[in-house]
Design a protein around this ligand. Structure first.
Ligand SMILES: Cc1cc2nc3c(=O)[nH]c(=O)nc-3n(C[C@H](O)[C@H](O)[C@H](O)COP(=O)(O)OP(=O)(O)OC[C@H]3O[C@@H](n4cnc5c(N)ncnc54)[C@H](O)[C@@H]3O)c2cc1C
Ligand code: FES
Length: 529
């Protein structure tokens, strides 16, 4: 009997719908059905791909965009859409890794991206609740107070007009002070993407959805088996699926969690709130909390709170499986925002954390006409917008002040410690090949559940459909051979090495893997595994 996977991967890359995907129309445009020749092929219709297409079209280029799901079915549909120059990483770290001038350029590029988004919203008449608001960065209790002072000084050197403030609306934070970042912004992510996609179409861009690019080369790609030939290729797939190895050693995949809770309108001002992150965390990239409000209806706003990150596929190593992270996040949120009422939304998503704090945007290492945008961490809305302008300038031949800063070929020697620690973490995951963990009998897997089963050197990923039938695959990730793990929260098999994810039919949800998990047969229970 044919069974359906528990969620529609054309819409979103996991079981949970975000507030944005649930309250905006799906962005399906029809799939590719013939060979195509164009000037620029953009692979991926998230914020990076669509913004790049938008600027290229405005510069007079012919552009084809393909996405293997609907537009926004990747991480853009699962974001929280803080639009900010207050970065995930500290400006004093960017000064240390790069230079004071580079920290200033980074601040300027994100500030400029906020302006660009505002200009697109206004020029294209996009109804997406865009609003300017202030952001407030306060100290996580594990972070020494002097670090917030250090950050304040670094933001000032970077040219951001920050000041000290008592953050509004939030119960008392350490020292009752925060760095205020004025004139940040927020929007409804999928309403914005919808408007951007319509503008791309109006400008003559051709968007194909349910159209998967494979065999990406400097001449184009195969898309659903058809040839798309192009002079320039932009790989905006979040995790670059054209690259097997190089880029994936410079960044690491983390899963981040979000809740959306109702709060009476007027109880809180619209603002962005962030803490500085848990400095005692085991992860190289310290998880932090990020909070904002979105207008919900006449009586309520939705407080959207995120955090509790862990490396993809490795939640269990903190004894806190994926589905239990929301409880911890809710407890933290209620501690600081006691007026929230019921939690209406829960979702999670994946962020690519670069080892040196800044995204990788520009020419793919070793290629002159293939471009990537990745490593955008929790600042992918502005990074994706920076990518749109920067990649367009590279293609058109205009100078861009941020080309060197975001160059994917850069090597930042002062991040050797973080680089080694992330690589050591990846190397450790290969021990799963020999582990005895998860040696469950397939009979133990309940309907709607999955697991990794089998003996040493013979691991299988198995999922039991609601009708009791079993789907069985090799548990070996086709990217570089790590053993995938079951994510019971989003109903996917997640690779702990570089973040590939697969649905319950074994199909790729997220790269870098480009092929599905190999189908396997299950021997009858009496034969053992
Ligand atoms: C929980 C969470 C909260 C976040 N909060 C914020 C925030 O507050 N502010 C902020 O700035 N950033 C935030 N981010 C980060 C930001 O949302 C992302 O970095 C950004 O949306 C990524 O956009 P993208 O276009 O690069 O990738 P995506 O939106 O993932 O788009 C890539 C697209 O490529 C498609 N694709 C992949 N492979 C192929 C293929 N082979 N062929 C065709 N199509 C393909 C996918 O289907 C997908 O639609 C958050 C992320 C998460 C997960
Ligand atoms: S994502 Fe690289 S081995 Fe799985």
């Amino acid at each position: 009997m044919q069974t359906n996977p528990p969620f529609d991967s054309n819409k979103t890359a996991g079981l949970h719908q975000s507030y944005w995907t649930e309250t905006a129309p799906s962005l399906a445009f029809g799939s590719i059905s013939a060979h195509v020749v164009t000037e620029v092929l953009v692979v991926g219709a998230g914020i990076s791909g669509l913004t790049t297409a938008y600027y290229l079209l405005k510069a007079g280029k012919r552009v084809v965009i393909v996405d293997d799901g609907n537009a926004g079915s990747g991480e853009t549909g699962r974001t929280t859409a803080h639009i900010t120059c207050a970065l995930d990483d500290r400006y004093y770290d960017i000064e240390r890794i790069f230079s004071k001038e580079d920290a200033r350029l980074a601040a300027e590029s994100h500030t400029e991206a906020i302006r660009q988004i505002e200009a697109i919203v206004s020029q294209e008449g996009i109804d997406c609740n865009f609003m300017h608001i202030d952001g407030f960065l306060f100290r996580h209790e594990t972070d020494p107070a002097k670090n917030l002072d250090k950050e304040f000084e670094a933001t000032q050197r970077a040219g951001i007009p920050t000041d000290w403030a008592v953050p509004p609306g939030i119960d008392e934070v350490p020292e009752n002070r925060a760095i205020r970042f004025p004139s940040q912004a927020q929007f409804h992510a999928m309403h914005y993407l919808n408007g951007l996609a319509r503008a791309v179409e109006r400008l003559g861009g051709k968007i194909y959805t349910q159209s998967k690019a494979t065999d990406i080369t400097s001449k184009g790609a195969k898309v659903n088996g058809f040839d798309v030939a192009a002079d320039q290729i932009v790989v905006a797939t979040n995790s670059p699926s054209n690259d097997i190895f190089a880029m994936h050693t410079k960044q690491a995949p983390y899963r981040s969690y979000v809740i959306g809770a109702r709060i009476k309108k007027g109880a809180l001002p619209y603002a962005l709130w962030w803490d500085t992150g848990d400095q005692e965390s085991k992860w190289t990239s310290f998880p932090y909390h990020y909070v904002r409000l979105e207008p919900l209806d006449d009586a309520y706003d939705l407080l959207i709170s995120g955090g509790e990150d862990h490396k993809t596929g490795q939640a269990a190593s903190e004894n806190l499986p994926e589905e239990d992270r929301y409880t911890k996040l809710e407890a933290w949120t209620r501690g600081y925002f006691p007026l929230i009422e019921d939690v209406r939304y829960r979702w999670s998503g994946q962020v690519m954390e670069p080892v040196d704090c800044l995204a990788f945007i520009g020419r793919n290492p070793g290629n002159d006409n293939v471009y990537i945008a990745t490593g955008d961490s929790g600042n992918g809305i502005t990074h994706g917008t920076i990518a749109g302008k920067l990649i367009t300038d590279l293609i058109v031949g205009n100078p861009n002040p941020y080309e060197k800063l975001y160059d994917p070929s850069r090597i930042s020697l002062s991040t050797a410690k973080d680089f080694i620690s992330e690589q050591a973490n990846v190397a450790k995951q290969y021990a799963d090949w020999f582990s005895k963990e998860d040696l469950q009998d397939a009979e133990q897997i309940a309907p709607g559940q999955g697991a990794v089963i089998g003996g040493r050197l013979d691991k299988k990923a198995a999922y039991r459909n609601d009708d009791g039938t079993l789907e069985v695959f090799s548990a070996v990730c086709p990217h570089l051979g790590c053993i995938v793990r079951w994510n019971n929260d989003e109903k996917s098999f997640d690779c702990p090495c570089h973040g590939s994810r697969f649905d319950t039919k074994g199909c790729v949800l997220n790269g870098p893997a480009t092929s599905d998990l190999e189908k396997r047969n299950m021997k009858p229970a009496s034969d053992g595994q």
